[in-house]
Design a protein around this ligand. Structure first.
Ligand SMILES: NC(=O)c1ccc[n+]([C@@H]2O[C@H](COP(=O)([O-])OP(=O)(O)OC[C@H]3O[C@@H](n4cnc5c(N)ncnc54)[C@H](O)[C@@H]3O)[C@@H](O)[C@H]2O)c1
Length: 444
């Protein structure tokens, strides 16, 4: 099974398509956004993700990735279709399934004329019951066929991390397959065997509802770990000598817990945790289930930016009229994605408090500008960002910020002060600088 179609060429669909092409699969990418289609067809990535540009260039020159807006063409030329469209959040916190709906309707119509078996795989994160309900219904009504005999259907969640998307797509921890029936599950397993060859990751095959819930519960648990670290960080800040990083190192060595995601800082942002935690809470509420732990994790996360701003206020005795340099705007390093970025929220709060904000990011300025407009001065270098400022706030831990030296701050800033919101600096290296950090005892 070497011919694949992918619907939706965003962070997930594009990375997956490029990785498929890199292993010799022929991919038909269906995308509604013409600008993205054009760029991808030229072998250029509309998003920043390490290694992606290179894979796309090679895919384009080998003729292994074709972009189209025509579902019929994509379905007819492939044996398996992955639906990777967005599932954003609605105003009320519930999941907006309109992209999944329109993609399923179009795939259903295109399946009508297909005489051979075709497998549809939902890869977008969708609430439990969506694959078996909405998606199956639209595919059946559009195609006039019956799921199980006319076509196959699975839910197969994506676990990639932005910033490491290519690496994760090629080497995932595990594969979860939620199959509607045996043939669908077997077809998808065979596909992954042909993709991963001897290195097939651990695989769980279950029903769609379990697989859908695995994805939400997985993200909710990781989000809880971050909020747990931020909760302990608050306590550490009140205890002279305490340091949340050391406490988390100690906890993380417990094999039952593990160190990853126990990272105190500004909290989580991005395109997944915010919408998936709220989506799960809202979904459970409709079933009469109160997800108290996840609600608390969201609440802690919501407070974290304001908490950082209050530390900044104390450091400078008020922010009105002060110049603040914010390092990092992307929601995490390695990506240009600013969706729900805590750094953007931080900038907005600083502006509300009357500060003048200068900001720097190696990749995300263009996307940040769409939200923040000209309310901020965008610096082309770290040095330019720091010049004449009263406080530097490290908001996104890009590797290039790690080497920032005390001498540079002392030389360029009006009042050298640093607030480390991602815990990448050692206070010992910052002699002469007014310093505070999330989760560090003795911070104001
Ligand atoms: N971004 C991540 O790190 C990540 C990780 C795991 C899972 N997910 C999930 O994967 C899904 C996709 O996420 P994303 O970040 O790639 O979203 P995205 O918004 O970056 O990409 C979605 C793409 O689908 C296109 N699209 C929308 N409707 C379409 C249609 N009817 N036909 C064809 N194309 C259509 C959009 O134009 C867009 O390019 C979401 O459900 C998300 O929760 C995302």
């Amino acid at each position: 099974m070497k011919r694949v179609s992918v619907v939706g060429l965003g962070y997930v669909g594009l990375t997956f398509s490029a990785c498929l092409a890199s292993r010799g699969f022929k991919v038909y990418g269906v995308e509604v956004d013409e600008r993205k289609r054009r760029l991808i067809a030229e072998g250029r990535s509309p998003i920043y993700e390490e290694g992606l540009d290179d894979l796309l260039r090679k895919a384009a020159s080998a003729g292994l990735l074709e972009t189209t807006s025509d579902f019929q063409e994509a379905i007819m030329n492939s044996e398996i279709t992955f639906i990777c469209v967005g599932t954003p959040q609605k105003q009320d916190g519930s999941v907006d399934l309109s992209q999944v709906e329109s993609a399923s309707r179009e795939v259903g119509k295109a399946l009508k004329d297909k005489s051979s078996y075709h497998l549809i795989v939902v890869r977008s994160t969708v609430p439990p019951g969506t694959t078996e309900g909405l998606v199956k219904r639209l595919l059946e009504s559009g195609s006039g066929k019956t799921c199980g005999s006319g076509f196959g259907l699975c839910f197969n969640p994506e676990f990639l991390r932005e910033g490491k998307a290519v690496e994760d797509a090629l080497n995932p921890d595990r594969i979860v397959i939620g199959a509607m029936d045996e043939r669908s599950g077997k077809t998808l397993m065979d596909f992954y065997r042909s993709f991963y060859l001897d290195e097939l990751p651990q695989t769980i095959v279950t029903n769609p509802v379990n697989a859908e819930l695995i994805k939400y519960a997985n993200n909710a648990f990781l989000a809880m770990k971050i909020s747990f670290a931020n909760m302990v960080a608050r306590l550490c800040e009140k205890l002279p000598g305490a340091d949340v990083n050391v406490v988390m190192d100690g906890i993380g060595l417990d094999k039952r817990i593990g160190r990853s995601f126990l990272r105190a800082g500004l909290g989580w942002g991005g395109s997944c945790f915010p919408k998936d935690t709220r989506g799960l809470i809202s979904f459970a509420e409709r079933l009469g289930v109160d997800l108290k732990l996840i609600k608390a994790a969201v609440e802690i996360n919501e407070e974290q930016v304001d908490h950082a701003v209050s530390i900044a206020e104390k450091l400078l005795n008020g922010l009105k009229g002060k110049v603040v340099s914010v390092l990092g705007l992307a929601f995490k390093p390695g990506t240009d994605d600013v969706r729900e970025s805590r750094a953007i929220k931080l900038v907005e709060r600083l502006l509300e408090k009357g500060a003048k904000v200068k900001a720097h990011d190696p990749k995300a300025v263009e996307n940040a500008r769409r939200i923040l407009g000209d309310s901020v001065e965008y610096a082309r270098s770290v040095e330019e960002c720091l010049r004449g400022s009263d406080l530097c706030i490290l908001a996104t831990e890009w590797p290039e910020y790690k080497g920032l030296k005390a001498e540079t701050l002392l030389e360029l800033m009006r009042n050298p002060a640093l607030l480390d919101c991602r815990r990448i600096y050692d206070p010992k290296d910052l002699q002469g600088i007014k310093f505070a950090a999330i989760g560090l005892g003795g911070s104001p």
